[in-house]
Design a protein around this ligand. Structure first.
Ligand SMILES: C[S@@+](CC[C@H](N)C(=O)[O-])C[C@H]1O[C@@H](n2cnc3c(N)ncnc32)[C@H](O)[C@@H]1O
Length: 425
């Protein structure tokens, strides 16, 4: 009975030690025992050497005696308990992943597919904080992912209609109130026929608020595929004859301002917009909102370095191009040793015309002045006179005035600057 009790305890290290002690005490003769111990030690040593040899080799060492198997199991059990009490970062990461996966599966099983006959749409109703919404929105909100995946976020019915009208590919519709879709259900249905993979989620308004960039988010948000430059170039020349005007945005950091600039350029319409490095992202949600659909109608060349700006001028017109800088800053004019003329006094425009507009806090850069100097006398600084005490106009307002003045000149002028005039210059 005692032997059985002791054996049952051998799985625990302390009990095993007690068992060994008892076994020694209960042994018949000390000499016999010493002999048995010696041979046991020798056997243990031999096994250890064998184990070490196997550890070095590619063959795995496996215990050969029942006692060793027992010892190995105890060791593994202790190791497991230690890992549970002091988990490694890798273990924690794996456990976290499993947890996220499990909770996602649980949520997915909870969400319901709704076939809405009134809207003629089939959508998934998601619970609060469903990770599928987060995954979708992160890809469109980060600039890096936006550039990679080419997705843009468009909020509000009016802008969504603009995008649909311009034939952009619809990738997702996220809404919180069904009423928001009633008015636009037909164009939406048409867009869905073009892309049946489009995801449609009805989400709690709180979730929509979390991902909206607007203070009062409308109840509907969409993800569209950003149109390619080639697509817009084709569309813009199909729709109307653009004026020979390129607007270069220099240091524009405010998305609302960039949006307004794009809106004006599309309204004119200009030939293209060049957004130099250092400006904000024209495809950012606020800029898109400020653009009122202008983004889908005028070609935008984004993230252009100043050394590449001259390459943006159509080559066949490069010889006969004018460069205009909108300037309000007298110190900069002095530093660059140039005079400004009144914006309404432009006498001649070129076969192509570049207008540079500066940023809210930095104004026009020195690179812009260097660029203007490359066209000699066909480069001019334009100033809009302001009342005493006023430094400047808002960038979009200043550009609008200058562009419409140049438009008047271009339309009046039948012929581009003659080569003799430019030679005289
Ligand atoms: C809001 S202003 C700020 C300029 C900046 N703080 C500076 O002083 O250089 C931004 C840009 O709008 C244009 N702008 C504003 N007011 C103007 C004016 N009165 N005449 C010509 N351009 C003007 C210029 O291109 C200017 O760089």
């Amino acid at each position: 009975m005692l032997a059985n009790l002791l054996k049952s305890l051998t799985s625990k290290p302390q009990a095993r030690y007690t068992y060994e002690l008892c076994r020694q005490l209960c042994s018949p003769s000390n000499k016999e025992q010493q002999y048995a111990d010696k041979s046991k030690r020798e056997e243990d040593d031999a096994l250890k050497i064998e184990a070490n040899l196997f550890e070095q080799a590619s063959i795995r060492y496996e215990p050969v005696t029942a006692e060793e198997v027992l010892r190995k199991n105890v060791k593994q059990k202790l190791l497991k308990t230690h890992q549970e009490q002091h988990p490694s970062p890798k273990f924690v990461q794996k456990a976290h992943k499993q947890f996220v996966k499990k909770s996602r599966q649980e949520r997915e099983s909870k969400s319901r597919l709704i076939d809405d006959k009134e809207l003629g749409l089939e959508y998934l109703k998601l619970d609060l904080n469903d990770p599928r919404l987060g995954t979708l929105m992160i890809s469109a909100r980060s600039k890096k992912r936006r550039d990679k995946d080419g997705q843009i976020v468009i909020e509000g019915r009016r802008l969504i209609l603009e995008a649909l009208e311009c034939g952009l590919k619809l990738n997702a519709i996220i809404f919180s109130q069904k009423e928001e879709l009633v008015d636009i259900k037909e164009p939406l249905q048409k867009a869905l026929q073009r892309n049946p993979q489009c995801k449609i989620y009805k989400v709690p308004h709180h979730d929509l608020k979390t991902w909206s960039t607007l203070t009062t988010p409308p109840g509907v948000m969409t993800l569209f595929q950003r149109p390619s430059l080639e697509y817009i170039v084709r569309k813009s020349s199909d729709n109307s004859d653009p004026l020979p005007l390129t607007v270069v945005c220099d240091n524009i950091r405010e998305p609302n301002n960039l949006g307004s600039i794009i809106r004006t350029c599309a309204a004119l319409p200009c030939f293209q917009i060049v957004v130099t490095k250092g400006c904000c992202d024209p495809w950012e949600s606020k800029a898109l909102r400020g653009g009122c659909g202008g983004h889908f109608r005028v070609p935008i060349r984004d993230d252009v370095s100043w050394e590449n700006v001259p390459l943006m001028i159509p080559p066949e017109m490069a010889e006969n191009s004018c460069v205009f800088i909108a300037e309000n800053n007298k110190a900069k004019l002095r530093d660059n040793n140039v005079d400004a003329i009144d914006y309404s006094q432009v006498e001649k425009t070129g076969a192509h015309n570049v207008v540079v507009i500066g940023g809210e806090s930095h104004g026009v850069s020195s690179e812009a002045y260097r660029f203007m100097s490359t066209v000699g006398d066909r480069g001019k600084c334009l100033n809009i006179p302001l009342a005493e005490g006023f430094d400047s106009l808002n960038v979009a307002s200043a550009l609008t005035l200058i562009l419409y003045e140049l438009r008047k000149n271009i339309l009046q002028q039948d012929q581009p600057i003659s080569s003799s005039t430019s030679a005289q210059a």
